[in-house]
Design a protein around this ligand. Structure first.
Ligand SMILES: NC(=O)c1ccc[n+]([C@@H]2O[C@H](COP(=O)([O-])OP(=O)(O)OC[C@H]3O[C@@H](n4cnc5c(N)ncnc54)[C@H](O)[C@@H]3O)[C@@H](O)[C@H]2O)c1
Length: 444
């Protein structure tokens, strides 16, 4: 019998799940309900489903009728792709109503909400999956394989730098993410991916975090200090925005317009705010140190205004060193001209020849080796497709344990929550003070 799914939160990310259910796994899965605070956005998806998959509209529910949707549609699983701050409410309610849950990262935005999720999970005994697609990207899997095989011995230290560029990185400063209460800041919203990778790569859990972070580039005050004098609230309808390379044009007659511009009358969700506006409460510059249970130490940096996007990680072990360098986007153009070039990829902001991916293994007393791997097709380095296979069909016999559970969701956000706490206190923070992580990890 087909498994029944509903989705709550019909923004952009929900498409990965709807496509898997309506197309790739349609013989074993069924999408029976859609729920959001914005009905215009749901209608856009229903029109899109009809065009792409030739199906009749799926029953739409306002968020106020979430319980009614569960009662009428009797789903096996609820998929949550809402704004981060609201994840815990739907996770807990869905479990209380007898459903298993699949939630997008981050599991939630702070330790208090995490405690609530764990209490409800224990009370109801329901299953909770957090979708960490980066683990499935072939290059990240390769790193796991090398470390798991002991190629560099025991890992003593890790240095991890993630760069976000002036298009993708800037996007967090245009919409709901810019309010720390909505997203937990980039330490939770974005770095949950990176902290999860490290937990998985090291097969360990974090115990202590010290961090410093500030808003140094985006925001009205920073722009004023650099001598800017022209400001606007949002791109749509602004003359000043026409000269701003950070502006986002939503009048594309496509997804941006349909999902956001044409839907904003319902909920006031403004998707194209100026990144140099007021009221940005998240950081764009973050440096963090993390200690793990087996004593490995990580230094980590995230900067959200770089000319290229990607990451560099190096592992120093008892038998050698492993380095990975990935350029996901080589450069961002300030002009519209490049976007008219047929070779130009709007999503990655670049031509394919600007991509670069490199893994180097160097054992002590030996020359460096370039490591190769099979690249997959699809979003996030092939990660999204493999992730959806595990989510819908269940993980097979995988020695690398790539499928993430709820404890992985907790472990990764807790590094970000502790970093946020450390930014405030100016002191290191012990993770167990926020949530009894070591107890759960030792029981696992
Ligand atoms: N794994 C990844 O690589 C990845 C990528 C993008 C987004 N995400 C995650 O997916 C989620 C959605 O992100 P997005 O980019 O699609 O955002 P979005 O803004 O496009 O969509 C969010 C949707 O949630 C709805 N919503 C907001 N509050 C709600 C509430 N109280 N009840 C019901 N619906 C509500 C909005 O109306 C909107 O339709 C986020 O949690 C984000 O972290 C993950």
């Amino acid at each position: 019998m087909k498994k029944r799914y509903v989705i709550v939160g019909l923004g952009s990310r929900s498409k990965m799940f709807s496509q898997a259910i309506l197309k790739d796994y349609k013989d074993e899965a069924e999408l029976v309900g859609l729920c959001d605070i914005n009905m215009t956005r749901i209608e856009w998806h229903n029109r899109n489903f009809q065009e792409k998959y030739g199906i009749s509209p799926i029953k739409a529910y306002h968020a106020a009728d979430f319980d009614k949707m569960i009662a009428e549609q009797k789903p096996d699983k609820v998929i949550i792709t809402t704004m981060d701050r609201t994840h815990h409410r739907y996770i807990c309610r869905a479990m209380e109503l007898g459903c298993d849950v699949i939630t997008e990262k981050p599991l939630t935005t702070d330790a208090e909400k995490l405690n609530q999720i764990y209490k409800t999970k224990e009370k109801t005994g329901r299953d909770l999956t957090v979708t960490f697609n980066y683990r499935y990207s072939p290059r990240n899997t390769k790193v796991k394989e090398l470390l798991h095989a002991g190629e560099i011995g025991d890992v003593i230290s890790v240095h991890f730098e993630w760069l976000l560029n002036t298009r993708h990185g800037a996007d967090y400063f245009r919409r709901w993410h810019r309010d720390k209460n909505n997203s937990g800041g980039l330490m939770v919203h974005k770095s949950t991916h990176h902290f999860d990778l490290v937990n998985w790569w090291l097969d360990d859990y974090p115990v202590e975090v010290f961090g410093m972070g500030r808003l140094a580039f985006y925001g009205r005050e920073n722009a004023e200090l650099r001598g800017e004098t022209k400001f606007y609230e949002r791109c749509h309808g602004s003359e000043f925005a026409k000269d701003d390379p950070f502006a986002l044009n939503m009048e594309d007659k496509g997804e941006m317009q349909g999902l956001y511009l044409d839907a904003e009358h319902e909920d006031g969700y403004i998707r194209d705010q100026s990144v140099f506006g007021h009221n940005i409460s998240i950081e764009d510059t973050m440096s963090v140190m993390v200690k793990y249970n087996k004593k490995t130490v990580m230094t980590y940096a995230l900067n959200a205004y770089c000319p290229w996007e990607g990451y560099r990680v190096s592992f120093n072990g008892t038998k050698g060193r492993l380095e990975i360098e990935i350029v996901e986007s080589g450069y961002v153009s300030s002009s519209k001209f490049d976007e008219n070039n047929p070779d130009f990829n709007m999503i990655t902001d670049q031509k394919p020849d600007e991509l670069s991916e490199k893994i180097t293994l160097q054992k002590l007393w030996e020359k460096p080796q370039n490591i190769t791997w099979d690249e997959g097709a699809g979003g996030h380095g092939g990660g999204d497709l493999k992730l959806m296979r595990d989510v819908i069909q269940g993980p097979g016999d995988d020695p690398l344990k790539t499928a993430a559970g709820s404890l992985d969701g907790a472990k990764s956000i807790l590094v970000g929550c502790a970093a946020n706490e450390s930014f405030k206190r100016g002191m290191p923070v012990i993770i167990d003070e926020l949530f009894p992580l070591s107890e759960y990890c030792e029981e696992e």
